[in-house]
Design a protein around this ligand. Sequence first.
Ligand code: NDP
Length: 246
Amino acid sequence: MTKLNGKTALVTGASRGIGAGIARRLAAEGASVAITYTKGADAAAAVVGEIEKAGGKAIAIQADAADARAVTAAVEQTVAAFGRLDILVNNAGTAIPKTFEETTIEEMDRVIDINLRGVLVTTQAALKHLPDGGRIITIGSVIGERMMTPGLVAYAATKGAVKMFTQGLAREVGPRGITVNNVQPGPIDTDLNPAAGDWAEPQIANTALKRYGHVDDIAAMVAFVAGPEASYITGANLSIDGGTNA
Ligand code: NDP
């Protein structure tokens, strides 16, 4: 697989879970990959090690998506390391499940700062470097379109917001051939949403396929959208959800 040869990608929040799967897949397609993380230095180093062992190029950068200065520095560090930036994947995200009435303002701020503000700031920094034909891909959620789980009100609000961010920005940067898309996972087995967790059963029931998905299901769509065959797909909300929102 070589369709991303010569390209550089930055994947935020990629020491584990969906982001790590995306980083591995983009590297397998030929891209040089920078990943960010906050706490998991060892896990991030392991992802870099795996990519290098397979013959790819990768670096890990500690950058909290809620810290505008850190994410801007991460974009600059990526360009300094690989000489260019072609693909941004805004994957870093978190949820703090509890009822809305019990959610503190600090918890709301944290979810908004990572899931929404982080996407805006990182994308703005990346746009300084993205060439014509560049790619901006955000990992939203099926919950950004239709909600059936109580306890995720602020999270749902941020995922709905990145959907409209995607549609809005697609209009602005389209004339440069830069595409902007929102990949919306359904239940995917990760630390954030374990297939064996307390919340798994109702999520499985909500899918048409009656099962969780794998990080590779999301990585495959991201790799497609990042590639040359997807140059006419922009402003799209692409659900990979086992039929959750069918
Ligand atoms: P995980 O919690 O399993 O992994 C999150 C990754 O992001 C880790 O590498 C973590 O590294 C990093 N991270 C966490 N907070 C930050 C931060 N503030 N700044 C930078 N990196 C951070 O999550 P998933 O892989 O499940 O989720 C990835 C994305 O997919 C999120 O946007 C999530 O909302 C979305 N999503 C997930 C679904 C699912 O079912 N799993 C469903 C729908 C959407 P470290 O610990 O080192 O910070």
